[in-house]
Design a protein around this ligand. Structure first.
Ligand SMILES: Cc1cc2nc3c(=O)[nH]c(=O)nc-3n(C[C@H](O)[C@H](O)[C@H](O)COP(=O)(O)OP(=O)(O)OC[C@H]3O[C@@H](n4cnc5c(N)ncnc54)[C@H](O)[C@@H]3O)c2cc1C
Length: 259
């Protein structure tokens, strides 16, 4: 009888061993697990020349790199105008690229090796908030996470949002990105945009670049909202109906809206 009990004990210990090892491994891994945002999408080999654009997945569908002759990193709308004008004067193809380029296709790539990338990573401020009206104006390179944070600080939230908080306002408008519910005007963020400032190329007589201000009643506003980035660089976006409600990080619907 004693040897039978010893045998059962031994077999129980041996069956517990793999589970204990698995738990130990899990503990070790969980201590090391951490998350960090992807690196900036634009990197240059020499100063602001010989640059590459990478999306957050690390590869494009055609499996080739996106290269550009140079890149600009404006911090203000005035610097953005200078960057667009310089590229237009040099007759270079230009595309805007946000801090973390999230589109799988090469939408933000100017094409060829002679183009110019304008990074909007540093155009990332909130310009103004009118909490009573549920209105926010932000720069085009601001990422969704920062917009949600600044809105929350003013007691506001976006009624709908695309699924990843690293996308930029300029980029998500350009692609018509949306959340997942039908409510209010629908789940596409651009439905809530009531004004934009775009820096567009212009003839030499206008200094090669102009700032176009499109208000709620401007006939070009709808076209400019979802433009795949081909009409100019979105400098500022004014959005209304930012709801008064707790903040939500994923595609979501909130119930109480300010009008
Ligand atoms: C056609 C399409 C539809 C998508 N729809 C959804 C969706 O409904 N929901 C969702 O969650 N995700 C969607 N995605 C995936 C992803 O969320 C979007 O691609 C994302 O919103 C893009 O944001 P981004 O800041 O990473 O811009 P990028 O992917 O880097 O750029 C997208 C386009 O926007 C232009 N652009 C970027 N910033 C500016 C600016 N300031 N001014 C002018 N142009 C600019 C770029 O040049 C490029 O043409 C979609 C992707 C694509 C390609």
């Amino acid at each position: 009888a004693t040897s039978a009990v010893d045998g059962m004990e031994a077999s129980r210990s041996s069956s517990l061993l793999p589970a204990a090892l698995l738990m130990l491994l899990g503990l070790l891994l969980s201590r090391r697990a951490c998350s960090s945002p992807p690196p900036d999408s634009v990197a240059c080999a020499r100063g602001t020349s010989d640059c590459t654009l990478a999306n957050v997945y690390g590869s494009f569908p055609d499996r080739t790199a996106c290269r550009a002759a140079d890149a600009a990193f404006p911090r203000t709308e005035a610097e953005l105008v200078v960057a667009v004008a310089a590229a237009a004067a040099a007759k270079r193809k230009v595309k805007a690229a946000p801090r973390h380029s999230h589109s799988f296709p090469k939408l933000a790539c100017p094409g060829g090796r002679d183009g110019t990338i304008i990074s909007t990573a540093r155009l990332n401020r909130t310009v103004s908030i009118d909490a009573a009206q549920g209105l926010m104006t932000v720069e085009g390179g601001m990422v969704l996470r920062d917009l949600i944070r600044d809105a929350a600080a003013a007691g506001l939230a976006l009624p709908h949002s695309p699924y990843w908080y690293g996308v930029s306002i300029g980029g998500l408008l350009a692609t018509g990105a949306q959340g997942s519910s039908l409510w209010g005007k629908g789940s596409a963020v651009h439905e809530y945009v009531v004004g934009m400032r775009i820096v567009a190329p212009a003839p030499a007589s206008q200094g090669f670049a102009v700032v176009r201000e499109l208000g709620a009643d401007h006939p070009d506003l709808d076209a400019a909202k979802v433009s795949l980035g081909v009409l100019g660089v979105v400098s500022q976006v004014r959005s209304d109906r930012v709801a008064e409600s707790p903040m939500c990080m994923h595609a979501c619907t909130v119930k109480s809206l300010t009008s």
